[in-house]
Design a protein around this ligand. Structure first.
Ligand SMILES: NC(=O)C1=CN([C@@H]2O[C@H](COP(=O)(O)OP(=O)(O)OC[C@H]3O[C@@H](n4cnc5c(N)ncnc54)[C@H](OP(=O)(O)O)[C@@H]3O)[C@@H](O)[C@H]2O)[C@@H](O)CC1
Ligand SMILES: [K+]
Length: 513
């Protein structure tokens, strides 16, 4: 799914009204009606008090439409207008007049903190104060209003975006954002829903299509893409009947040091479980028995040194290489890495200590094969690109780094983001149970396993990240967040592939369960 900026969505509004002979007020009616339907479906006429807080822009206009439809259907509604400026939008004004046709209870104008109404925890709050037109942080009594609403335990439904948050810009005042219980967003989710500093204000969201011009949406370069099941399904390559193990390549895993041989085991197993035809682990000598015992399917080559990697010698042409998991950062290892980079003909998957070696030895960067995949967690990323001021700065710095070195960067996190040139691919699978030792080693093995089968490095990264999160989700369904360990992710790679094409449970299935 494509993500658009606030400016692009405003443009889509304009184009839609011009091309489809529909007015902005009609478009607003569509959006408001969908929100009403969402509520009506769940509330079925229940008389729980609903408090709607509207601003004076088009987001406020949406709130007024919802208010009118709820009143028409006999709900117990109070509408408040936060009159923070006199520049009311045209569509707001039209709906301000319309609501007066269905009630004698005119919207209550609020101009200061004295006007804040009493709200009980059981009541429902609808937040239509600011939408994607926010252009500065809310201040004064408007900020106090947001904080007042946040102090209530009520269910809070935000329209389009929690008020006080931008669609695609960093927050300037985290104290002035509505803490929404749920957000119903128009046409496409907003980038800030997926980033750590702002995503916490959007624990749950749903997208409501309002019929913006399909051609504009189709032909416009998005600011990011969200990868969910429909996208992931398209990445999958069907296996051919006459394929043999040679068809799926030979992955080399360069990993491990004394006390960290488990990293090599996890990466090797993950590469196999993801479908690599053959996997060879290259480990320090002391890892030989461990690897042969833990992963009998794998071949094992060893370094001359007992405890660390000092010189990587292999006797075959790998179709993919994953390097760095648990290798440490000793000078001998850095030297061996430099040689591997120079000699490699194909993109590598570079993780963990290999990234730390690169961060401490800049010249290694010049030898990384094009389109190699770097998979840093936030600490490793900071060592590579330097400190950032906020999530957006982090993305910009990562894009420049990726462009400068012609590599793919996988920023690991709650929503892992794959970065190539100017493009961002945001993953939607995974859960907090996966923040556990070795989880990243599994991911590297998976990406390398996909490259080995002929997936191009970008698809292998995006698809690998999706499957890794999906495997983690399936594992958590069985054992919960706390007990999940990296091996469980490996054990669920198979089910993650199977789930890719399993039908989604319907509402009726849920009722029958
Ligand atoms: N394509 C779609 O998806 C569709 C979108 N629609 C809806 O439109 C919404 C966008 O509406 P919008 O552009 O009118 O902006 P919105 O967010 O209501 O507020 C802007 C107003 O607030 C003001 N203002 C800003 N910051 C402020 C501050 N800190 N403190 C005080 N004032 C501040 C600003 O005033 P000014 O800067 O001029 O002083 C302006 O008056 C969108 O989110 C969606 O809900 C649907 O109806 C139709 C299809
Ligand atoms: K809002």
């Amino acid at each position: 799914m494509k993500l658009f900026s606030a400016a692009q969505l405003h443009e889509a509004d304009k184009i839609t009204t011009k091309k489809h002979g529909i007015t902005l007020v009609e478009l607003m009616e569509r959006g408001g009606t969908q929100i009403f339907n969402w509520l009506h479906h769940r509330m079925q006429g229940a008389q729980v008090p609903i408090h709607i807080f509207s601003g004076i822009g088009n987001n406020g206009g949406d709130g007024l439409v919802v208010g009118r439809l709820l009143i028409e259907h006999g709900y117990n509604v109070k509408v408040y207008v936060a009159n923070f400026t006199d520049k009311r939008s045209k569509c707001f004004l039209i709906n301000y007049d319309r609501i007066k046709t269905v009630t004698k209870d005119w919207p209550i104008l609020m101009t200061s903190a004295h006007d804040f109404p009493e709200i009980k925890d059981e009541d429902i709050i609808i937040d239509a104060l600011f939408g994607i037109g926010l252009n500065r942080p809310p201040e004064g009594w408007v900020k106090e209003l947001i904080q007042y609403l946040n102090s209530k335990k009520s269910f809070k439904l935000s329209i389009d975006i929690p008020s006080g948050m931008y669609a695609n810009k960093a927050l300037t005042d985290a104290e002035a954002v509505l803490k929404a219980s749920h957000t119903l967003t128009f046409q496409a989710p907003k980038l800030s829903f997926f980033l750590p500093e702002t995503g916490r204000f959007v624990p749950y969201f749903e997208v409501l299509e309002i019929g913006l011009d399909p051609e504009y949406l189709h032909t416009t370069e998005p600011i990011a893409q969200v990868i969910a099941k429909p996208e992931a399904q398209q990445f999958y390559k069907q296996r051919e009947k006459y394929a043999h193990k040679g068809s799926f390549g030979h992955t080399l895993v360069v990993a491990g040091s004394y006390g960290k041989m488990g990293a090599a085991v996890l990466t090797t197993k993950a590469a196999y479980r993801t479908g690599a035809g053959l996997v060879t682990a290259f480990v320090p000598e002391s890892g030989y028995n461990i690897l042969q015992t833990a992963v009998p399917e794998a071949m094992t080559l060893t370094d001359a040194e007992d405890d660390l990697i000092t010189s990587i010698a292999i006797d075959f042409e790998p179709s993919s290489i994953a390097v760095g998991m648990g290798i440490g950062t000793k000078p001998e290892t850095v030297k061996a890495l430099g040689k591997l980079f120079k000699e490699a003909k194909e993109p590598l998957v570079i993780d963990a200590d290999a990234l730390n070696c690169i961060a401490a030895n800049d010249e290694l960067l010049n030898h990384i094969p094009e389109l190699s995949v770097l998979t840093p967690h936030p600490g490793e990323l900071e060592r590579l690109i330097g400190a950032w001021t906020d999530d957006y700065d982090k993305l910009e710095k990562t894009k420049s780094f990726a462009k400068q070195h012609n590599v793919i960067v996988v920023i690991k996190g709650a929503n892992t983001i794959v970065v190539i040139e100017e493009r961002l691919y945001i993953n939607t699978t995974g859960n907090p149970g996966m923040a556990t030792g070795g989880s990243g080693d599994v991911l590297s093995g998976m990406i390398a396993g996909l490259i080995s089968q002929g997936y191009d490095p970008l698809i292998a990264s995006v698809f690998g990240v999706y499957l890794h999160g999906s495997a983690g989700n399936l594992a958590t369904q069985e054992i919960g967040f706390e007990a999940l360990i990296a091996q469980d992710i490996v054990e669920h790679i198979g089910p993650a592939f199977l789930t890719l094409f399993a039908p989604e449970p319907t509402e009726q299935d849920a009722k029958n369960a």
